[in-house]
Write a protein that binds this ligand. Structure first.
Ligand SMILES: *Cc1c(COP(=O)(O)O)cnc(C)c1O
Length: 406
């Protein structure tokens, strides 16, 4: 069932799920495994000092890439933990320290958020907080009027993803931030997909809390960060108790190599953002146009204009995603969130956009990245078009006949 030569890996078009570590990032990390391996929190010797100096430099790189102060960056194990800390931490602090007469126990988010945001909200609901899950129109973009209407005296926090992992749409962050600020509500954004891909500015966008992940921007897995505004100060109750590292917000010894890699990944992404975005967008548009020409009825899911440059989600009527994926073993693609893709049911994100089960079921996500080239795009377009034609032409399951050119 596989048309690949032995030892040949499929073309990787799943860069929203994770990205390879850039060689420049790996080089920066290596000394911190073997030479400067001290515990960064050891203050009595040079091993500790050198590790902490490297972490401080990394923290400054991460802060600079979102126009924050290094003291506003809390390292976490990834965006999942950062989202949990932001949402649960803010909610718990507000309940433990009620300010004035009004209890702030209401959170507003979108029905299309990442599972770790939705599940953090669900955990709050079972603790008797109230959560509003706003529906979204077919574009995937937030309805600002509906968001404004959902805010009440009791609303503590709004959580809206910066750029979507499944459909790639970029939300109007500055508009959401301005609305939240004017209503005295905290604005949290999950920027795991957006960091390093599009400009982010916590001041201009009035963001109070921002979750980040290193492995979505060519850094190592297992590290991320939460941006926490200092002015006006955002207060959270930590989720992990211990030695009080990260200003008490996240106890535990910091993983020096991972932090260093994350910092270097941010620096590289910042230097190359403009040229890389243009390159990715041109490739994505070529892929989209080729697929549209060769696959009658192909539809793009999510707004095309407000979209991450390397992201495409298409629905191919008359097919199902599992069939398509099986019929294209020479390209690595998926339906959406890696956490749930083992379950064969329509994506909750596409369903929330109001798409029919049939359309949602026939949708695949294509994610281009830093190491994707033009030849990969041509090859993937051939493979998908051939598979779609065969699947729609009578349901005979065969592998793609396209020949690999890279
Ligand atoms: C990948 C991803 C996460 C989870 O990040 P981890 O660092 O893997 O925990 C959360 N939100 C979005 C939008 C993501 O793309």
């Amino acid at each position: 069932m596989n048309d690949l030569a032995p030892n040949t890996l499929p073309i990787y078009l799943d860069n929203q799920a994770s990205t390879p570590v850039d060689p420049r990032v790996l080089d920066a990390m290596l000394p911190y495994f073997t030479v400067d391996y001290g515990n960064p929190h050891s203050e009595s010797h040079i091993y500790g000092h050198r590790a902490m100096a490297a972490i401080d430099a990394a923290r400054a790189e991460i802060a600079a890439s979102i126009h924050a102060d290094p003291r506003e960056i809390v390292f976490t194990s990834g965006a999942t933990e950062a989202n949990n800390l932001a949402i649960k931490g803010a909610a718990r602090f507000a309940r433990q320290h009620p300010a004035g007469g009004t209890v702030k126990d209401h959170v507003v988010t979108l029905a299309t958020e990442h599972k770790c945001v939705l599940e953090s909200c669900a955990a709050l609901e079972s603790d008797e907080y109230r959560v509003t899950y706003l529906p979204v129109p077919e574009s995937g973009l937030v309805d600002l009027a509906a968001l404004a209407a959902a805010l009440t005296e009791r609303t503590l926090l709004v959580s809206v993803m910066a750029a979507h992992n499944e459909i790639g749409v970029i939300q109007p962050l500055a508009e959401i931030g301005a609305l939240c600020r004017s209503r005295g509500v905290l604005f949290h954004t999950d920027a795991a997909q957006a960091l390093g891909k599009i400009p982010l500015d916590v001041e201009a966008m009035k963001i109070d809390l921002m979750s980040m992940s290193s492995h979505k921007l060519y850094g190592p897995k297992g590290v991320g960060a939460l941006y926490m505004r200092r002015r006006p100060r955002v207060r959270l109750t930590p989720l992990i108790d211990g030695g009080g590292q990260e200003r008490g917000m996240r106890s535990g010894s910091l993983p020096t190599p991972l932090c260093v890699g994350f910092g270097r990944a941010c620096a590289v992404a910042r230097e190359e953002m403009e040229t890389e975005a243009a390159r990715l967008k041109a490739m994505r548009e070529r892929l989209r146009k080729t697929l549209a020409e060769r696959i009658p009825g192909l539809l793009v899911n999510g707004d095309l204009e407000h979209r991450l440059p390397g992201s495409l989600n298409v629905s191919i009527p008359g097919t199902t995603a599992p069939e398509l994926i099986e019929a294209c073993p020479s390209i690595a693609i998926s339906t959406g969130s890696a956490c749930t893709s083992a379950v064969v049911e329509p994506s909750y994100v596409l369903r929330a956009l109001g798409l029919s089960d049939e359309r949602a079921n026939g949708s695949v996500r294509l994610g281009l990245g830093r190491f994707t080239g033009d030849a990969d795009i041509d090859y993937a377009a051939d493979a998908l078009a051939a598979a779609a034609a065969r699947l729609r032409g009578g349901g005979v399951k065969v592998t793609t006949g396209a020949s690999r050119t890279t």
